[in-house]
Ligand binder design. Structure first.
Ligand code: ADP
Ligand code: MG
Length: 462
């Protein structure tokens, strides 16, 4: 049976269709899902940030009349699927007595619980995350055969949760396997445990055990928050052991390697070490560019030509989550200014406000390390590398060194110029030349890859 909201919404849709183009209806309005009616506004779920932006900026005015007629409200409040739970929690808290009229999303019970945007297809692969991607993919394709447990660590906003969801989405879509798959954050796990303890007499603990022990694949996000409360670690250890011994796949993420999680018991640490531990590093220039292009495509943003490259260059100190936020702000600002294509002016306005990133890249590669690595690789002298010699044996390493500094470090071209005592155009020329060779010449590509790997190594050992 249709609920009140559904009935009224259907009436609204008829009216919207009279004012909004059929393209607009198809692309944006039909995808909205009303979930609650508050005193002065209707609450709807939109599938993407882009849809939300457009509802507010373009369509709301055209919707008001119908909303007034059928719901007696003039405002709409748009949330994204991932915000639904928070919204419900807050609503029930603020309105303890209100009869909860909130619609479940359609097909709730059979609905894929994973974020539809966090898929392998939407994950951009670069030198800084290709190994972890391959491991996650292997685990999704054949769980519990190779990397078990799989432990993924890296700084905030670099794609850990995205990969965990991608594994979930993949297994969910290939349902033929019939696997049961559970995703929890460490915090949810802990809360579920504490709650179960409280309900001890009502078999709370039984339910807890059942819930986690039945998983074929268990994904635990942000394990660094594991509490050092004895009971919690004990329970986690037991769950881990039971699943592991039963041949089930476990995947864990953390912002740091197991050895640096102070609250983690030694025996858990050594369990993790028995599997596959892999880090994600902040993206280099090429990966940043690909990510920016992918996000522009996914969100259907339109940016003036060349802005993607410029942003990839300038956002070197931002993590991917922050990069996404900036793209969104730029496009939003352009919309506010009444434009459908974002321009450099919008970019400058946003970047000026953003200032320094809140999370500094975790890379510890330095100028010194790059120079040392290049000199060692080509067995040449440091003074020659940064000096005036122009013979081929020196020029190529120098250009590679320039390219590496530009792609691996967040420093302006002018600073690189100072290091080599050369002007801006020479530096750009060197960079462009190697950038081109990396694409066309296998040998140069190999040299650059080797050096990047070497830099990563020295970083881990230091
Ligand atoms: P973490 O869990 O490591 O803090 P998330 O997985 O939440 O980071 O990623 C932050 C944002 O960056 C997400 O929107 C995610 O889709 C995006 N992201 C991260 N890595 C990639 C990637 N390689 N390709 C595309 N998007 C990415
Ligand atoms: Mg995360």
């Amino acid at each position: 049976m249709q609920s009140y909201i559904e009935r009224q919404w259907a009436l609204c849709m008829e009216d919207f269709g009279k004012k909004i183009s059929s393209v607009g209806m198809d692309l944006w309005i039909n995808t909205l899902q009303p979930i609650n009616i508050e005193q002065d506004k209707l609450v709807v779920i939109a599938p993407s940030e882009m849809a939300r932006t457009l509802i507010y900026s373009t369509y709301l005015d055209k919707m008001k009349e119908a909303l007034k007629t059928h719901f007696n409200v003039e405002e709409i409040y748009v949330i994204l699927p991932e915000e639904r739970e928070d919204y419900i929690a807050k609503y029930s808290q603020d309105n303890p007595d209100a009869e909860l009229n909130i619609l479940e999303p359609k097909e709730q019970t059979t609905k894929n619980p994973f974020n539809p945007r966090y898929t392998f297809d939407n994950f951009v692969i670069g030198t800084t995350n290709q190994v972890v991607y391959a491991a996650a993919r292997a685990v999704a394709e054949s769980p519990a055969t190779r990397f078990n447990p799989l432990f993924i660590y890296g700084g905030s906003g670099l794609g850990k949760t995205h990969l965990l969801h991608a594994i979930g989405n993949y297994i969910w879509e290939h349902k033929t396997t019939g696997l049961s798959i559970i995703y929890v954050t460490c915090e949810q796990f802990t809360n579920a445990f504490i709650e179960a303890l409280r309900e001890r007499h009502e078999k709370g603990m039984d339910g807890f055990h059942k819930r986690f022990r039945q998983a074929d694949v268990l994904l635990i996000d942000d394990i660094q928050f594991i509490s050092n409360r004895k009971g919690v670690q004990e329970e986690f250890f037991n769950t881990f052991n039971d699943l592991y011994q039963a041949g089930k796949q476990i995947i864990i993420s953390s912002d740091r390697p197991p050895k640096d999680i102070a609250t983690l018991e030694e025996r858990l640490r050594s369990r993790f070490a028995s599997g596959f531990i892999q880090d994600i590093q902040p993206p280099d220039f090429e990966t940043r560019l690909l990510i920016i292009q992918k996000k522009i495509e996914l969100e259907r943003f339109e940016f003036e030509k060349g802005m993607d490259v410029e942003l990839a260059e300038r956002l070197s100190n931002f993590n991917i989550r922050e990069m996404e936020a900036i793209l969104r702000k730029i496009y939003f600002l352009a919309n506010l200014h009444g434009k459908t294509v974002a321009t450099r002016e919008d970019m400058e306005e946003v970047l000026e406000k953003e200032g320094e990133p809140t999370v500094v890249s975790t890379t510890k590669v330095t100028q010194e390390k790059i120079i040392n690595a290049v000199c060692k690789y080509f067995t040449i002298d440091k003074r020659d590398l940064t000096g005036r010699k122009r013979n081929k044996e020196i020029v190529e390493p120098r250009q590679i060194c320039i390219y590496l500094m530009w792609s691996q470090l967040a420093i302006p071209l002018a600073t690189i110029g100072q290091i080599f005592g050369r002007d801006h155009t020479t530096i750009i020329h060197a960079r462009d030349k190697i950038m081109e060779l990396v694409k066309t010449n296998k040998q140069t590509k190999k040299i650059v890859n080797d050096l990047v790997a070497e830099l990563k190594n020295t970083q881990q050992n230091s």
